[in-house]
Design a protein around this ligand. Structure first.
Ligand SMILES: [Zn+2]
Length: 213
Protein backbone atom coordinates (compact mmCIF):
# COMPACT_ATOMS: atom_id res chain seq x y z
CA UNK A 1 0.00 0.00 0.00
CA UNK A 2 1.66 3.18 -1.19
CA UNK A 3 0.18 6.29 0.31
CA UNK A 4 0.90 9.96 -0.32
CA UNK A 5 -0.22 12.45 2.32
CA UNK A 6 -1.43 15.84 1.12
CA UNK A 7 -2.49 18.80 3.19
CA UNK A 8 -1.42 22.28 4.14
CA UNK A 9 1.31 22.90 6.70
CA UNK A 10 -0.46 22.77 10.05
CA UNK A 11 -3.28 20.51 8.80
CA UNK A 12 -1.96 17.63 10.88
CA UNK A 13 -0.94 15.30 8.07
CA UNK A 14 2.31 14.28 9.80
CA UNK A 15 0.38 13.05 12.85
CA UNK A 16 -1.97 11.06 10.65
CA UNK A 17 0.91 9.66 8.59
CA UNK A 18 2.50 8.31 11.78
CA UNK A 19 -0.74 6.68 12.85
CA UNK A 20 -1.25 5.06 9.45
CA UNK A 21 2.29 3.71 9.59
CA UNK A 22 1.72 2.17 13.02
CA UNK A 23 -1.68 0.72 12.24
CA UNK A 24 -0.78 -0.77 8.87
CA UNK A 25 2.78 -1.64 9.77
CA UNK A 26 4.45 0.24 6.93
CA UNK A 27 7.23 2.85 7.25
CA UNK A 28 6.43 6.52 7.66
CA UNK A 29 8.75 8.14 5.15
CA UNK A 30 9.14 11.80 5.93
CA UNK A 31 11.42 13.78 3.65
CA UNK A 32 12.77 15.75 6.60
CA UNK A 33 13.70 12.55 8.44
CA UNK A 34 15.42 10.88 5.51
CA UNK A 35 17.43 14.01 4.77
CA UNK A 36 18.61 14.10 8.36
CA UNK A 37 19.38 10.35 8.35
CA UNK A 38 21.45 10.59 5.16
CA UNK A 39 23.37 13.55 6.48
CA UNK A 40 23.95 11.95 9.86
CA UNK A 41 25.17 8.70 8.29
CA UNK A 42 27.39 10.61 5.87
CA UNK A 43 26.01 8.87 2.76
CA UNK A 44 26.99 10.17 -0.68
CA UNK A 45 23.46 11.53 -1.11
CA UNK A 46 23.60 13.14 2.32
CA UNK A 47 26.88 14.87 1.53
CA UNK A 48 25.42 16.21 -1.69
CA UNK A 49 22.35 17.54 0.12
CA UNK A 50 24.42 19.07 2.89
CA UNK A 51 26.39 21.14 0.40
CA UNK A 52 23.21 22.89 -0.68
CA UNK A 53 21.91 23.29 2.85
CA UNK A 54 25.21 24.68 4.14
CA UNK A 55 24.96 27.37 1.49
CA UNK A 56 21.41 28.11 2.57
CA UNK A 57 20.07 26.82 -0.74
CA UNK A 58 17.07 24.63 -1.41
CA UNK A 59 17.93 21.04 -2.24
CA UNK A 60 17.03 20.64 -5.93
CA UNK A 61 14.04 18.46 -6.90
CA UNK A 62 16.24 16.03 -8.72
CA UNK A 63 18.34 15.28 -5.60
CA UNK A 64 15.29 15.13 -3.34
CA UNK A 65 13.80 12.56 -5.70
CA UNK A 66 16.98 10.46 -5.68
CA UNK A 67 17.11 10.48 -1.88
CA UNK A 68 13.45 9.51 -1.69
CA UNK A 69 13.75 6.70 -4.26
CA UNK A 70 16.78 5.35 -2.43
CA UNK A 71 14.71 5.18 0.75
CA UNK A 72 11.66 3.47 -0.73
CA UNK A 73 13.87 0.91 -2.47
CA UNK A 74 14.85 -0.47 0.94
CA UNK A 75 13.60 -3.82 2.18
CA UNK A 76 11.19 -2.46 4.82
CA UNK A 77 9.28 -0.55 2.11
CA UNK A 78 8.46 -3.58 0.02
CA UNK A 79 4.89 -3.81 1.36
CA UNK A 80 4.31 -0.10 1.02
CA UNK A 81 4.90 3.18 2.81
CA UNK A 82 3.35 6.51 3.74
CA UNK A 83 5.03 9.50 2.14
CA UNK A 84 4.93 12.68 4.18
CA UNK A 85 6.34 15.86 2.66
CA UNK A 86 6.80 14.32 -0.77
CA UNK A 87 5.89 14.94 -3.51
CA UNK A 88 5.60 18.68 -3.02
CA UNK A 89 5.41 19.67 -6.65
CA UNK A 90 4.08 18.30 -9.93
CA UNK A 91 7.57 17.53 -11.30
CA UNK A 92 8.30 15.48 -8.15
CA UNK A 93 4.98 13.65 -8.49
CA UNK A 94 5.68 12.88 -12.14
CA UNK A 95 9.11 11.43 -11.38
CA UNK A 96 7.69 9.33 -8.56
CA UNK A 97 4.99 8.10 -10.89
CA UNK A 98 7.34 7.14 -13.69
CA UNK A 99 9.76 5.41 -11.31
CA UNK A 100 6.94 3.42 -9.75
CA UNK A 101 5.59 2.61 -13.20
CA UNK A 102 8.96 1.05 -14.08
CA UNK A 103 8.37 -1.31 -11.14
CA UNK A 104 4.87 -2.02 -12.41
CA UNK A 105 3.18 -0.17 -9.60
CA UNK A 106 1.89 3.25 -8.55
CA UNK A 107 0.51 5.33 -5.70
CA UNK A 108 -2.58 3.61 -4.26
CA UNK A 109 -3.99 6.48 -2.21
CA UNK A 110 -3.36 10.19 -2.02
CA UNK A 111 -5.01 11.32 1.19
CA UNK A 112 -5.76 15.01 1.41
CA UNK A 113 -6.29 16.26 4.96
CA UNK A 114 -8.47 19.29 4.36
CA UNK A 115 -8.43 22.23 6.71
CA UNK A 116 -9.51 25.75 5.65
CA UNK A 117 -6.76 28.39 5.79
CA UNK A 118 -8.52 30.39 8.50
CA UNK A 119 -8.61 27.34 10.77
CA UNK A 120 -4.90 26.74 10.28
CA UNK A 121 -4.08 30.38 10.95
CA UNK A 122 -6.23 30.19 14.10
CA UNK A 123 -4.55 26.98 15.31
CA UNK A 124 -1.06 28.32 14.72
CA UNK A 125 -1.73 31.60 16.46
CA UNK A 126 -2.54 29.62 19.63
CA UNK A 127 0.91 28.09 19.74
CA UNK A 128 3.32 29.24 22.39
CA UNK A 129 6.98 28.40 22.66
CA UNK A 130 9.71 28.67 25.24
CA UNK A 131 12.79 30.02 23.50
CA UNK A 132 14.97 28.94 26.40
CA UNK A 133 14.25 25.19 26.67
CA UNK A 134 12.33 24.59 23.43
CA UNK A 135 9.10 23.41 25.05
CA UNK A 136 5.95 24.08 23.02
CA UNK A 137 2.40 24.69 24.18
CA UNK A 138 -0.97 25.58 22.75
CA UNK A 139 -3.45 27.96 24.38
CA UNK A 140 -6.40 25.62 23.67
CA UNK A 141 -4.92 22.15 23.16
CA UNK A 142 -1.88 22.06 25.42
CA UNK A 143 -1.85 25.01 27.81
CA UNK A 144 0.97 25.65 30.25
CA UNK A 145 0.00 25.39 33.92
CA UNK A 146 0.45 29.11 34.39
CA UNK A 147 -0.52 31.26 31.42
CA UNK A 148 2.46 32.63 29.55
CA UNK A 149 5.05 30.78 31.65
CA UNK A 150 7.00 27.65 30.71
CA UNK A 151 6.23 24.60 32.91
CA UNK A 152 9.79 23.31 32.51
CA UNK A 153 11.94 26.32 33.16
CA UNK A 154 9.71 29.21 34.19
CA UNK A 155 10.66 31.39 31.22
CA UNK A 156 8.20 33.58 29.41
CA UNK A 157 6.36 31.96 26.49
CA UNK A 158 6.18 33.66 23.11
CA UNK A 159 4.35 33.35 19.81
CA UNK A 160 7.15 32.50 17.38
CA UNK A 161 7.48 34.51 14.19
CA UNK A 162 6.84 31.27 12.27
CA UNK A 163 3.44 30.92 13.90
CA UNK A 164 2.30 34.51 13.41
CA UNK A 165 -0.76 34.90 11.18
CA UNK A 166 1.07 36.86 8.47
CA UNK A 167 3.86 34.24 8.24
CA UNK A 168 1.41 31.34 8.22
CA UNK A 169 -0.63 33.08 5.53
CA UNK A 170 2.45 33.40 3.33
CA UNK A 171 3.29 29.73 3.80
CA UNK A 172 -0.26 28.77 2.91
CA UNK A 173 -0.12 30.87 -0.24
CA UNK A 174 3.01 29.02 -1.33
CA UNK A 175 1.33 25.74 -0.49
CA UNK A 176 -1.74 26.50 -2.55
CA UNK A 177 0.31 27.60 -5.50
CA UNK A 178 2.74 24.68 -5.45
CA UNK A 179 0.97 21.75 -3.89
CA UNK A 180 -2.66 22.31 -4.72
CA UNK A 181 -2.06 21.18 -8.32
CA UNK A 182 -1.07 17.80 -6.85
CA UNK A 183 -4.64 17.39 -5.69
CA UNK A 184 -5.80 17.63 -9.31
CA UNK A 185 -2.94 15.36 -10.40
CA UNK A 186 -3.99 12.54 -8.05
CA UNK A 187 -7.65 13.18 -8.65
CA UNK A 188 -7.08 12.59 -12.36
CA UNK A 189 -5.41 9.30 -11.51
CA UNK A 190 -8.43 8.28 -9.47
CA UNK A 191 -6.53 7.79 -6.21
CA UNK A 192 -7.43 11.02 -4.38
CA UNK A 193 -9.27 10.66 -1.07
CA UNK A 194 -10.31 13.69 0.95
CA UNK A 195 -10.79 13.73 4.69
CA UNK A 196 -12.06 16.52 6.90
CA UNK A 197 -9.11 17.67 8.98
CA UNK A 198 -11.08 20.09 11.14
CA UNK A 199 -12.37 17.37 13.49
CA UNK A 200 -10.42 15.78 16.38
CA UNK A 201 -7.29 13.85 15.33
CA UNK A 202 -8.91 10.53 16.42
CA UNK A 203 -11.86 11.19 14.15
CA UNK A 204 -9.62 12.18 11.25
CA UNK A 205 -7.87 8.86 11.69
CA UNK A 206 -11.15 6.94 11.79
CA UNK A 207 -12.08 8.45 8.43
CA UNK A 208 -8.70 7.43 7.03
CA UNK A 209 -9.09 3.89 8.35
CA UNK A 210 -12.43 3.65 6.56
CA UNK A 211 -10.73 4.56 3.30
CA UNK A 212 -7.82 2.17 3.71
CA UNK A 213 -9.57 -0.94 4.98
ZN1 LIG B 1 11.20 26.52 29.06
Amino acid sequence: MKIVMLGAPGAGKGTQAKRIAEKFNIPHVSTGDIFRANIKNGTALGKEAKEYMDQGKLVPDELTVRILLDRVAQEDCKNGYVLDGFPRTIPQAEVLDSELAKLGTGVDYAINVEVPDDDIIGRMSGRRACLKCGATYHLSFLPSKKEGICDNCGSELVLRDDDKPETVKKRLDVYHEQTQPLIDFYNNKGVLKEVDGTVAPDDVFKAIEEILK
